[in-house]
Design a binder for this molecule. Structure first.
Ligand code: PLP
Length: 384
């Protein structure tokens, strides 16, 4: 079977990103590769393989189904941590397999203790505390009950981590809010320390925090977007620019290339409309290539008359509406386009590039959203 488009994932780019992040954080902290959202669209199976080759042995997922996927593809000894959703029905199996998970309320904590008592295997928990994100996490008021529960059940719990997540570390303008969160985190940490409650790892930083708030780097950093070669926001890049080596080339390299091929070629006379409705009228005689990728493959309808692709190293504009399975692009200025020619939807060709950012600007999606919306059934291929 041949799919109408493929995603190539560069192993080399990942190694470079990890090297850069390692340089930023120093030798001590563990890097946990965040592979939620099908590894930000890159594919869990592919990313686990690439990451392990780059020396990563710790993975973070949002939910238990993703954790099982990582479990199946990873080597023995790689660690898996669930940041979000799991069903209590699955908890026993999760504990048996040594998978670590966030605990942010007493219901989950009690269930973990209960199961651990029953099966005689300690649950590996990361205690998430509320510092200002206001999504999940134990509140400050719960600290006393929490501390005593953790201390009373030491036999059944392996307290792997004390963690929190920042609301807005991607912008320096949120400095005050982030600072408040850091302070709150340290309040919790001191409170527990005073009660001799120690955690294996203290960790708070995502990509943005790691890059622009270095004080958030502790025993582990949870790196999602930067690992895939994207700056969390433009601002994080600009904030970092001055620290970069002279001639400062962007140290983060994108892993992903999305490519398809020319399915058909057609000429349209001046004054004719292209595609559904009348959103595009040829203002002169044009040639078009039809590419077998549409919104059903993750190419947003918002890119109608907006998107660009690369053919023979030249930018070609999407004309007319994006349909479920195809787009039409103007190839009037490109010589000798043939059926089967390579079409780059995202990535580089002959020195030119279509970035995810250029995409997301015209569709109002953030990088994160566009990537994770890439359908799972597009084949992903690792390139060295
Ligand atoms: C998604 C997530 C991360 C990674 O975020 P990036 O911005 O992609 O680095 C880290 N920690 C938690 C709790 C997350 O949910």
């Amino acid at each position: 079977m041949i799919a109408t488009s493929t995603l190539e994932i560069s192993s080399k780019a990942y190694r470079q990103n990890i090297r850069y992040i390692r340089k930023e954080i120093g030798p001590h902290p563990v890097i946990s590769a965040v592979v939620k959202g099908n590894a930000y669209g890159h594919g869990i199976a592919q990313m686990v393989e690439i990451a392990e080759k780059a020396g990563i042995r710790h993975f973070s997922t949002f939910s238990s189904d993703e954790a099982w996927e990582v479990y199946n593809y990873s080597k023995r000894g790689s660690e898996i941590m669930i940041l979000g959703m799991l069903y209590l029905e699955e908890l026993e199996e999760i504990i048996r397999k040594g998978i670590q998970f966030y605990v942010f309320d007493f219901q989950r904590l009690d269930a973990a203790i209960e199961i651990s008592k029953k099966i005689g295997i300690p649950a590996r928990v990361h205690i998430e505390i509320e510092t200002g994100f206001h999504r999940t996490g134990f509140e400050w008021d719960a600290r006393e009950e929490l501390a005593s529960k953790l201390l009373e059940n030491q036999e059944f719990l392996s307290v792997e981590g004390l963690c929190t997540h920042y609301a807005g570390a991607e912008s320096v303008s949120n400095f005050v809010r982030v600072k408040k969160q850091i302070t709150k985190y340290h309040d919790f940490k001191s409170y527990f320390l005073e009660r001799s409650l120690l955690f294996n790892k203290y960790h708070t930083a995502c990509s943005a925090a790691t890059l622009i708030f270095p004080e958030t780097i502790m025993d582990m950093v949870r790196i999602g977007i930067a690992g895939y070669g994207f700056w969390p926001t433009k601002e994080t890049f600009f904030a970092k620019l001055n620290d970069l080596p002279k001639g400062n080339k962007n140290p983060l390299k994108r892993l992903i290339t999305w490519k398809s091929t020319v399915m058909s070629i057609k000429k349209v006379k001046m004054g004719e409309f292209v595609g559904y409705g009348n959103s595009y009228m040829a203002l002169e005689n044009i040639s078009m290539a039809i590419v077998p990728v549409g919104y059903g493959h993750g190419y947003s309808r918002l890119l109608s008359n907006q998107g660009t692709v690369l053919i023979q190293g030249q930018y070609c504009q999407v004309v007319g509406t994006v349909t479920m399975n195809t787009i039409a692009v103007d190839i009037s200025k490109v010589k000798n386009v043939k059926i089967d020619d390579e079409v780059i939807l995202i990535g580089k060709q002959k020195g030119k590039e279509i970035t995810v950012a250029s995409f997301s600007e015209s569709t109002q999606q953030v990088n994160y959203e566009l990537l994770t919306r890439l359908p799972k059934d597009i084949p992903r291929r690792i390139i060295p």
